[in-house]
Ligand binder design. Structure first.
Ligand code: GLU
Length: 485
């Protein structure tokens, strides 16, 4: 019987999780869900100089916000915890000692200056850089001499001659000649473990069956396999590796702060919906097998297989993400749209959140749902309904100062005042009959003046619906006030 799949996402939160991390997390999650397996979330925080508690919490919150729920990991627990590597240091120390006892690893007393001199010499001789094995077979006397000098040792893994070959589910067979995989450090002189030790030990102890992760980690795989061997893991029990293609920026260079916004926190603040981010990231390096671009989380789980992950790099396209976000916003129910919009309105200081404000927002949202691409447009769109002291925005004042605009505003006052029923149909009928048919004006000219007068801006939701929401009294008062500008 095939082993139950267990996939892990194991970030080192040295900053906010970025697009590449989340694409990996999403594929890990989708693969676990597709196979009915387990999604494990582990925090790799052994580099205490760069990982902070704040970034760890942000990583946890981001995954939750995206809906990438995990079955084992922080907050959730599980049989293989703790899931923060900083809480597992004794485990790594024990394994490092075992490797020393087995002679798979050795103490290395080389100083940073000596290592640098070796690298320098290798560069000069044009040979692959890396540790030269100087401390591999020290005698007891040599060790005693180094200790007497006060030198401190790191623990280094011995790489045997030969090569490591494994099958990557995306790339096929990959081979690494050990000439290019020198003996590597497992434990620093201060006793802290390095990534390669901790990641491999945890993948084994946490019974991970599949490692789907970024291509940047491909070259660390032979070192991890070396650790599995030293742990006595049988070849058949190694996890399956699948290295996901790089995500490139618009300019085809690797995506970074320089050529694209990378932090997921930024997208959240801009008003991208988690489903849109996940939908878009799912298409970065994977396709469902047809050219559809709108995918729900449920469909992703049903359809996701590693075979359909591409081996070539994917290119990040902000415009496509925006289009998908617009689609997802349009697909929200009114209550969902309200739930997503309220925080943006309160944060922008447009509303405080009273019941009457919320009711007005709810009434207004349907008229903007078709028009916005990101939630951060909601405050600008609805601000006109809530401002205490109404003002026409500076750049639009001159647009209603001409005689035609004044005539439009005067006439509209005259036509709107007697309206007994105030709704978008009656407003539109009255204004079209007078301004367009009788005065012969172009709709754009006539309605732009009224739009500015009532909402203060040229950018607003549909005009007649906006005026209906504003109410007759406020609409007419604003038009009258605009005539004095
Ligand atoms: N913690 C590693 C990183 O964030 C990834 C570990 C892995 O997936 O093997 O770069």
């Amino acid at each position: 019987m095939a082993k139950k799949v267990k996939v892990r996402f194991a970030p080192s939160p040295t900053g906010d999780l970025h697009v590449g991390n989340i694409r990996t997390a999403l594929f890990d999650w989708a693969y676990a869900r597709h196979t009915g397996g387990t999604f494990l979330f582990r925090i790799e925080d052994t580099d205490t100089t760069r990982v902070t508690d704040e970034y760890i919490q942000a990583a946890i919150d981001t995954l939750k916000w995206l809906g990438l729920n995990w079955d084992e990991g922080p907050e959730v627990g599980g049989d293989n915890g703790p899931y923060l590597q900083s809480q597992r240091l004794d485990i790594y120390a024990k394994w490092a000692q075992t490797f020393l006892d087995q002679k798979d690893a050795y103490h290395c007393y080389c100083t940073p200056a000596e290592l640098e001199a070796t690298r320098e010499a290798q560069r000069a001789a044009n040979v692959a850089p890396g540790y030269d094995g100087k401390c591999r077979d020290l005698t007891a006397e040599q060790v005693a001499a180094y200790k007497a000098e006060g030198r401190e040792a790191v623990v280094r893994m011995r790489m045997p001659d030969g090569s490591t070959t494994f099958v990557d589910e995306i790339r096929g067979e990959v081979a690494f000649d050990h000439k290019f995989v020198p003996d590597f450090v497992l434990v620093r002189a201060d006793g802290s473990p390095l990534y390669t030790l901790a990641v491999a030990v945890d993948d084994v102890l946490m019974k991970v069956t599949h490692v789907l992760r970024g291509e940047d980690l491909l070259s660390s795989t032979p070192r991890q396999i070396r650790v599995y061997q030293a742990m006595g893991v049988k070849t058949d029990d190694y996890p399956v590796f699948a290295h996901l293609p790089f995500v490139m920026g618009q300019d085809n260079a690797k995506l970074s702060k320089r050529n694209g916004e990378v932090s997921i926190a930024w997208y959240r603040e801009q008003g991208y919906l988690p489903e849109a981010i996940c939908n878009y990231l799912a298409l970065l390096g994977w396709s469902p097998g047809d050219d559809r671009e709108n995918i729900t989380m449920k469909e992703l789980c049903e359809l996701f297989t590693v075979e359909k992950v591409h081996s070539s790099p994917a290119r990040f396209d902000m415009k496509k993400l925006e289009a998908i976000n617009g689609d997802k916003i349009r697909a929200l129910t009114l209550d969902e749209f309200l739930k997503w919009s309220l925080p943006f309105l309160t944060k922008a200081g447009i509303i405080t959140g009273t019941d009457s404000e919320v009711a007005l927002v709810k009434a207004a949202l349907p008229i903007i749902q078709e028009r916005i691409v990101k939630l951060d447009e909601v405050p600008q769109m609805l601000k006109f309904l809530f401002v205490k002291k109404f003002e026409v925005e500076a750049e639009s004042v001159s647009k209603i100062a001409d005689q035609v605009s004044k005539d439009v505003l005067k006439r509209s006052l005259k036509e709107l005042e007697p309206l007994a029923t105030w709704n978008h149909d009656s407003i539109e009928a009255a204004l079209r009959a007078s301004l367009i048919e009788e005065m012969g004006l172009k709709p754009r000219i006539a309605f732009t003046a009224i739009r500015i007068a009532t909402t203060g801006s040229t950018i607003s939701p549909p005009l007649f619906e906006s005026m209906e929401l504003l109410g007759k009294e406020v609409s007419l008062a604003r038009i009258a006030a605009s005539l004095t500008l």
